[in-house]
Design a protein around this ligand. Structure first.
Ligand code: BTN
Length: 270
């Protein structure tokens, strides 16, 4: 009498399968496909769904990036959004993008990337070998002058693949380590890393986060190309302000603070 082997799928597909990967007291909703996990999270924030809660998708049909860009979202990479309600004044959110970037950096390092090669690029990109390997889109809801109602931290990690035609050259963990991490392992590491960093976050005390972010920042002290909605210019990156602004020194010697825009390596010869 022999026993019959039955193939068992180990791919987690239910909310419960995913919940055990996240820290205690944290919910997870897994969707095989959705428009955007940030959109799902914002809707849940408005509906009063209990938080903290992660939304994870196998793929997104309309993944959103910063400054109105699209985020290509086919299976194999991680698409996730964290919904929480910390009740902060809007200015107190200034260091959140840097804290999230550091949690993403922790994750890439735990997935096998060399710490020296994992850098943070203002405002909240994380690079591996000077190429973009993740995207972070933070959205919050608050009435002017009031405390935040809810915050959505959207995080995409390039695990298996990356867009070939991105404005800023991209890469993936697979391309950098020759090992493709599975989405569940990456989510487990990311959700715990973000949880730990949020637990010890003091929004009123920017210095610690800024110091840590600056120690692994890409391009500090270097002349870079800056693109905003209105202009493209060159400037030397000087540092990070407590309010999240990037301090620049323009070619004419003037100082300037940047609050919205993108930073690129200048084309050779500029
Ligand atoms: C960027 O432009 O760099 C930010 C990209 C953010 C992408 C993530 S993927 C999960 C979450 N859902 C979205 O629609 N966007 C974010």
């Amino acid at each position: 009498m022999g026993c019959k082997l039955v193939a068992v799928s180990v791919k987690p597909t239910s909310h419960a399968d995913w919940k055990i990967l996240a820290p205690a007291q944290t919910g997870v909703q897994y969707h095989e496909e959705c428009d955007s996990t940030n959109t799902l999270a914002s809707r849940a924030g408005s509906d009063g769904t209990p938080t903290p809660l992660w939304f994870v998708a196998g793929k997104q049909k309309s993944g959103r990036g910063r400054r109105g860009r699209a985020w290509t979202s086919s299976p194999g990479n991680l698409y996730s959004s964290y919904l929480f309600k910390p009740e902060l004044n809007i200015p107190e959110l200034a260091t959140l993008p840097f804290l999230v970037s550091l949690a993403v950096r922790d994750t890439f390092i735990r997935l096998g990337c060399s710490p020296k090669k994992v850098q943070c690029k203002w405002p909240n990109d994380v690079l591996i070998s000077e190429k973009k390997a993740s995207g972070i889109l933070i959205e919050s809801s608050a009435a002017p002058g009031l405390k935040t109602d809810f915050i959505v931290v959207g995080i995409g990690l390039n695990l298996m693949h990356f867009p070939e035609d991105a404005q800023f050259a991209a890469t993936s963990v697979a391309a950098e380590t020759n090992n493709t991490p599975d989405v569940t392992s990456a989510f487990k590491i990311l959700s715990h890393s973000l949880h730990e960093r949020l637990q010890s976050w003091h929004p009123e005390d920017a210095a610690g986060i800024i110091k840590e972010w600056r120690a692994c920042a890409w391009g500090m002290g270097m002349r870079r190309e800056i693109r905003t909605n209105d202009e493209t210019f060159h400037a030397t990156l000087i540092g990070l302000k407590d309010d999240g602004g990037l301090s620049l020194r323009l070619d004419n010697g003037d100082n300037k603070q940047l609050y919205a825009g993108d930073v690129f390596a200048p084309p050779s010869g500029c």
